[in-house]
Ligand binder design. Sequence first.
Ligand SMILES: *[C@@H]1O[C@H](CO)[C@@H](O)[C@H](O)[C@H]1NC(C)=O
Ligand SMILES: *[C@@H]1O[C@H](CO)[C@@H](O)[C@H](O)[C@H]1NC(C)=O
Ligand SMILES: *[C@@H]1O[C@H](CO)[C@@H](O)[C@H](O)[C@H]1NC(C)=O
Length: 173
Amino acid sequence: MATANSHMSLLLLLLALVALTPSTSASQNLSLNLHQLLQLLGFPPGLIPDPVESFSISLVGLLPPTVNFTIHFEEPCYVQYVIPNYFAPVFTGQITFGKISGMIGHKDQFSSGEWIDMYDVTVVGEDLLFEYATTNLTYNRAYFEEVKTCTYGPLLADHSNQLISQLPMISAE
Ligand SMILES: *[C@@H]1O[C@H](CO)[C@@H](O)[C@H](O)[C@H]1NC(C)=O
Ligand SMILES: *[C@@H]1O[C@H](CO)[C@@H](O)[C@H](O)[C@H]1NC(C)=O
Ligand SMILES: *[C@@H]1O[C@H](CO)[C@@H](O)[C@H](O)[C@H]1NC(C)=O
């Protein structure tokens, strides 16, 4: 489906966005661009909720066009799709057509009550395959079309906290 031509136009678009994103004054309209960007990359626009405080992308590969993203939420963001979702104030990962990978700062709450890290999302036809630290789930993309709004809540421990907890105590704050 993704032909050489569509790769080329996507690449040009991503380059344009990379050139544009350093201008922080446009932050009012960045969340709109983020949802459009998701759609251009084959994802439903509501996969990431509003309000996004800011986001930036950097090009890390050309074939296929691949960018790393950093999304900032003002506070820890909770939103319910099928199950409860959590986005850390700093949410990062890599995105290319039909695939988001290496996510840090996104968890879902399972019926056990436990929050499990989500690492990858892959478009599989009309479905999205979500890969977690311990399992996989598949949901129809229709659940993620509507752009939902965050409810703010407590910060959850993340990967880096786990690593930091194994080091001698060095407080940064
Ligand atoms: C955001 O976009 C809307 C509609 O395109 C425009 O009217 C508004 O001025 C923009 N706001 C900023 C801060 O750029
Ligand atoms: C891009 O993001 C991926 C996944 O998060 C990470 O493994 C990689 O080191 C990043 N690359 C650069 C150049 O930042
Ligand atoms: C999740 O899906 C990936 C990709 O299809 C597969 O490699 C992996 O083994 C699956 N993991 C589980 C726990 O089912």
